[in-house]
Ligand binder design. Structure first.
Ligand code: NAD
Length: 298
C-alpha cells in the first residue's frame, strides 16, 4: 500500500503551532505579524490565491493588508508602494502576487522588496543565500515539499532525486534545497534527453513541469516516492464541470510507488503554510522572539 503524503493535514498541524506561537509571543512583540499582499490587475486565479492567503493569515492570527492595484498602474507607482511597505514597521512580509501585467518588470519589482520581508524568497539576496546554504527566506513551494518529506521521515540524504522543471519558482530552488540536504539531485527540463530513463532511476521523483498527466507509471521506479507539484484545472466529461489534476497520472502511478502527494491536498496547502511560516520568521527576527519554529525552515 502506498502512503498518501497529506499536505492538507500537515498544513493544519503546522498552522496550529503557528497560532499558538503567535498568541504567546504577541505579548512580547505587542503586535501581530503583518503580511502585505500586492495584486495587480484582474487575473481571476490571482484573486483566488490572494483570498486563500488572506484566509490562512486570519486562521493563525497574522494581520493581512491587501493592495489591489489597477492594471494601468506604472512601474514607478508599484515601486513607490513597495518602498513604503519596506519601511512600514507593522509589515513583516510582503509579496507580489504573480503573474503581473506584462508591461511591468516583475524581476526588478521583486528586487526592490527588502530581502528580510521577501516572504516568497524570490529576490536575488535570498536566492544567493540558498545557493550558499545560509539561512534566509526560502521560497514557499519548495520549502513546503521539503517539510512534507521530512515530516513523513522520508530520507533525503544520499537519495537519487530527479526534479522535473527548472523554474525560479519551483524547480531550481527545490533542487538546491535538496542538494543542501545531501540528496543526489538531477534537475531536468523541457530539453532534457531520455527523461523517462532518468526518472526511472529516481528514489524520489518530483514533477513540476506544468504539463497535465505527463508522468505515468513508465517513468517511475518500483517503490519510489512521487511528488506532484503541477496543478491544472481541466474540463470534465460533464461540460459544465471542471476537475483538478497534476503533472502525474496518479491512478496509474499509485500502485507502483511507496508514497505520493495527492492533487489537490498535497503540495498546494503546504505552499500557503510556508508563506505564513516565513512571515512569522521575519516577525520573530524583528522582536528577537524564541526560535522554536526554526526546524520548519529548510
Ligand atoms: P514553469 O512553466 O515556470 O516551469 C516549468 C518547467 O518545466 C520549465 O523549467 C520547463 O523546462 C519544464 N518542462 C516543461 N515541459 C517539460 C517536459 N515535457 N519535460 C521536462 N520538463 C519540462 O512552471 P512552474 O512555475 O515551475 O510551475 C510548474 C507547475 O507547478 C505548474 O503546474 C504550476 O501551476 C504548479 N505550481 C504549483 C504550486 C503549488 O503550490 N501547488 C506552486 C507553484 C507552481
Amino acid at each position: 500500500m502506498s502512503l498518501k503524503l497529506d499536505g492538507k493535514k500537515l498544513s493544519l498541524d503546522i498552522e496550529e503551532k503557528l497560532e499558538n506561537y503567535i498568541s504567546i509571543n504577541k505579548l512580547i512583540a505587542k503586535r501581530s505579524p503583518g503580511l502585505a499582499l500586492i495584486r495587480i490587475g484582474e487575473d481571476p486565479a490571482s484573486g483566488v490565491y490572494v483570498k486563500n492567503k488572506e484566509k490562512a493569515c486570519s486562521r493563525v492570527g497574522i494581520k493581512s493588508f491587501i493592495f489591489h492595484l489597477e492594471d494601468t498602474v506604472s512601474q514607478k507607482e508599484v515601486e513607490k508602494l513597495i518602498e513604503k511597505l519596506n519601511l512600514d514597521k507593522n509589515i513583516d512580509g510582503m509579496l507580489l502576487q504573480l503573474p503581473i501585467p506584462k508591461k511591468l518588470d516583475e524581476q526588478s519589482l521583486i528586487s526592490n522588496i527588502n530581502p528580510e520581508k521577501d516572504v516568497d524568497g524570490l529576490n536575488e539576496q535570498n536566492i544567493g543565500k540558498l545557493v550558499k546554504n545560509e539561512p534566509a527566506m526560502r521560497s514557499c513551494t519548495p520549502a513546503g515539499i521539503v517539510n512534507l518529506l521530512r515530516s513523513h521521515s522520508i530520507p533525503i540524504e544520499g537519495m537519487k532525486i530527479v526534479v522535473i522543471g527548472r523554474s525560479l519558482l519551483v524547480g531550481k530552488p527545490l533542487s538546491l534545497m535538496l542538494l543542501n540536504l545531501n540528496g543526489t539531485v538531477t534537475m531536468t527540463h523541457s530539453k532534457t534527453k531520455n527523461l523517462n530513463k532518468l526518472c526511472r532511476e529516481a528514489d524520489i521523483l518530483i514533477a513540476a513541469a506544468g504539463k497535465p498527466n505527463l508522468i505515468d507509471s513508465s517513468f517511475v521506479k518500483d517503490g519510489a516516492v512521487i511528488i506532484d507539484v503541477g496543478i491544472h484545472r481541466l474540463k470534465s466529461s460533464d461540460k459544465n464541470k471542471t476537475r483538478l489534476c497534476g503533472d502525474v497520472l496518479l491512478e496509474d502511478v499509485i500502485p507502483k510507488v511507496s508514497a505520493y502527494t495527492p492533487v489537490p491536498g498535497g503540495v498546494g496547502p503546504m505552499t500557503v503554510t510556508m508563506l505564513l511560516v516565513n512571515t512569522i520568521f521575519s516577525w520573530q527576527k524583528q522582536f528577537s522572539l524564541s526560535s522554536t519554529l526554526n526546524d520548519l525552515l529548510p
